[in-house]
Design a protein around this ligand. Structure first.
Ligand SMILES: C[S@@+](CC[C@H](N)C(=O)[O-])C[C@H]1O[C@@H](n2cnc3c(N)ncnc32)[C@H](O)[C@@H]1O
Length: 233
């Protein structure tokens, strides 16, 4: 039995996420980016580079940062852009972008408001004047369990959400070809109201909160929320 984080999950990350619709998510992003005439993008918590890869194919110039070098090593094989190992709450790339995106709940790995505020300040420093920010947030409703099988992979997930602390703990067990891999992660859940106030405090104005990569407005019941904000002048 092995205990893992992204560091050791990197080599199976793309296989276990093979049913995630990166194309649909990037279509959604592209509509927003084109509307704002974005040419350069920084993907924060870019992981194995799946959104970056599609954005590059569609003509955007993308760089990425991630805290785990093992995830970036996989991304390196797919993307041309610069990849930097860095904590999103404390980084300095000495360059600015037209847009910053942070997808598949990478932002929820920031465990408290203080960290979230630090990250947003860093994002602001790395954006051109009136640059845009898209943050995809996980938004659970309570406790739950899920058991799925695809190809030779079996995944069991069990999560507990504490609405007082706004912390969700998830345990995941993968069985792949007779091998068992255990993963556990903790996420801080951010409400739309909290995001609005954090964004205002750090030099952004929140434009919209969408749900599940559609252009429908998000609510507290949405499974995933995509916050769109603009850096103030
Ligand atoms: C669920 S994965 C999402 C990866 C990618 N965005 C995707 O859509 O596949 C979350 C990523 O956030 C990264 N991450 C977690 N905390 C981070 C931090 N403080 N700074 C930068 N990256 C972080 C992890 O290493 C992991 O690659």
């Amino acid at each position: 039995m092995e205990k893992h984080g992204y560091k050791d999950l990197a080599h199976i990350y793309d296989r276990v996420n093979q049913n995630k619709d990166y194309i649909k998510e990037t279509d959604f992003l592209e509509r927003i980016l084109n509307k704002e005439d974005v040419k350069t993008v920084l993907d924060v918590g870019c992981g194995t580079g799946n959104h970056m890869q599609i954005l590059e194919k569609r003509g955007f110039k993308c760089d990425g940062i991630d805290i785990n070098q093992e995830m970036l090593d996989i991304a390196r094989k797919k993307v041309k852009g610069e990849l930097t190992q860095a904590d999103m709450a404390n980084f300095e790339l000495n360059r600015k972008y037209d847009a910053i995106v942070s997808l598949f709940a990478s932002f929820n790995h920031l465990k408290n408001l203080e960290k979230a505020e630090k990250a947003l300040k860093c994002f602001k420093e790395h954006l051109n004047k009136e640059g845009i920010l898209v943050i995809d947030l996980h938004n659970p409703k309570g406790n739950g369990e899920k058991h799925e099988k695809f190809e030779d992979i079996e995944r069991k997930m069990k999560w507990k959400y504490n609405p007082e602390t706004k912390i969700e703990h998830t345990k995941v067990t993968f069985k792949i070809k007779g091998r068992t891999i255990e993963d556990a992660h903790t996420m801080r859940i951010y409400s739309i109201k909290e995001m609005k106030s954090l964004l205002e405090k750090t030099g952004f104005s929140m434009q919209k909160a969408y749900e599940n990569f559609s252009f429908n407005p998000a609510s507290s019941e949405s499974k995933n929320i995509q916050v769109l904000a603009k850096a103030k002048k």
